[in-house]
Design a protein around this ligand. Structure first.
Ligand code: PCA
Length: 211
């Protein structure tokens, strides 16, 4: 059976939990769209995240890759179209570092961007058919989510696996994240965790069903 690598991120910044991690944990080992899900959590620090990601890609040789993370403030799920070779953090990573105007990949020949190789429109249509509003996003930000998407696509391209569908889903806050916002800060839109997990599962069904 084909393998679908599904990653979530550890909690970061002021968020006590990460709904992407909860979705990845809930789907670990499941058979989705004819593929077996192998889930893993990535650290919110670029060096450790890149090392963990490349190890996962080489150890599991996945047939499809679905990376996920939290976009606190977005009202619905989004499938990212592009990863840029830029890090420009507005908040520190979990090691306390802030990278500004910094390449995501230091190699002189690293391209400025990679396009997601997921069937993005099919994912959005499957969400809608399942009653889940969502959209394609044209920016994954310039923090860890953009960074891991860039490195995953770069690694697949350089190991003869450019045809492996690979992309990134951003999920909104769940109730636990929204409840942790201090009263003097603007409230966050949120979705119940079950709905976030369902959205990730529907996307995995589309991707897994094509490998
Ligand atoms: N979201 C962050 C990094 C970790 C996460 O879950 C991002 O959007 O870059």
């Amino acid at each position: 059976m084909p393998t679908l690598l599904l990653t979530g991120f550890e909690p970061f910044h002021t968020h006590p939990i990460n709904p992407s991690a909860q979705a990845a944990e809930a789907l670990d080992g499941a058979e989705v769209g004819g593929a077996r899900v192998v889930s893993a959590l990535l650290p919110v620090e670029p060096h450790a995240a890149a090392a963990a990601l490349l190890t996962l890609l080489d150890a599991h040789q996945p047939d499809a890759v679905l990376l996920t993370g939290l976009a606190a403030g977005r009202p619905h799920v989004t499938a990212e179209r592009v990863a840029l070779n830029v890090m420009d953090f507005r908040i520190p990573d979990n090691a306390g570092w802030v990278y500004r105007d910094h390449p995501a990949h230091g190699h002189a020949e690293a391209p400025p961007a990679y396009m997601s190789t997921l069937p993005l429109r099919a994912v959005v249509e499957a969400w809608r058919a399942a009653g889940i509003p969502g959209d394609i996003s044209n920016t994954a930000g310039l923090y860890l989510c953009n960074f891991v998407l860039y490195h995953a696509l770069d690694h697949l391209a350089h190991t003869g696996r450019a045809g492996v569908p690979c992309g990134f889903l951003h999920v909104p806050a769940n109730a636990g994240v929204a409840l942790a916002v201090p009263e003097d800060r603007p409230p966050l839109p949120y979705l119940p965790q079950e709905e976030i997990t369902r959205a990730v599962r529907v996307a995995a069904e589309v991707v897994g069903g094509r490998v």
